[in-house]
Design a protein around this ligand. Sequence first.
Ligand code: HSE
Length: 335
Amino acid sequence: MEQEIEAAMPVQDTINDRPAHNLPPVGTQIRVFAPATVANVVCGFDVLGFAVNEPGDEVIMRVTETPGITISKITGDNGRLPLAPEKNTVSVSVQAYLESIGRTDIGLDIELHKKMPIGSGLGSSSASTVAGLFAIKNLMGDDTDVAKLLPFAMKGEEMACGHGHADNVAPALLGGFVLIRSYEPLDVIRLPHPKDLHCAIVFPDVDVPTREARQIIRTKINMKDAVTQWGNIAGLVSGLYTQDIDLIGRSMQDVLVEPVRSILIPDFYKMRELAMEAGAVSFGISGSGPSVFAFTRDEETAKRINQILQQHLTSLKINSYAYTSTINDAGPRVL
Ligand code: HSE
């Protein structure tokens, strides 16, 4: 019995005096980008999401001598995010992953570079968390399916906004358009999409924390609304499979969440009218807002819509940021 235990113990690395199995040498460093995401996709509250090309967050992760995780630097957050590793979603999810593989003996230092707005409805915490998890997976030379990281990323979401939904973290991690068919058990499905589907995104610079945007949603719905909603979700998914952009557009209607959350977004219905007039296929809230997005058939229309919406927000004296993107099928990447 003793012998068996001996054999299962990792071999010591004489240089670093630590278990050598899968532990990279002190000083090894990796830099990872993970993308922003549009969750809900209008009718699919908590079950649909897709990744975009930009914006996104970067994590630099370095192997250090002393076991444990430190966060030495966070940029682009205006001091809003905690450096304390037990309070930061990146380190908490990385720690959960290390515990799962029995490697809490590693020393790690993390730099988080926020390259996207916080509290924007673009999956800011997810982008950071996924960048961290993708970094540690690569550092550890872990070649298991990236989807295995999902529960750790959801833990980060739970910490960030009180609920472990997967409709930001799953597309940030897997790339592309994603359906969370079930949470218990977790069943995540990559959906196809028309290659020429473009996305216009505008972030009106007002704060809408996801935690609060979740608290105002009705928890009981009536059957008539439920029928409308699941008809639309099925229509959207069908449209994605059949590359039917008209069907995608007319299915993207939300009778459950948008009527409540739209009050948190400046001139939401006027922005919808302007976007649709300018040629949008569909328009809605990105995640829990305040960002809004429109699908278009080409980049030119997406750019025009962004310009019109930003002009409108400027007329309301609201600062804004805009992005255009196709759907990002790649997800996170090592830089
Ligand atoms: N499905 C989540 C929500 C996404 O709408 O609260 C948050 O970005």
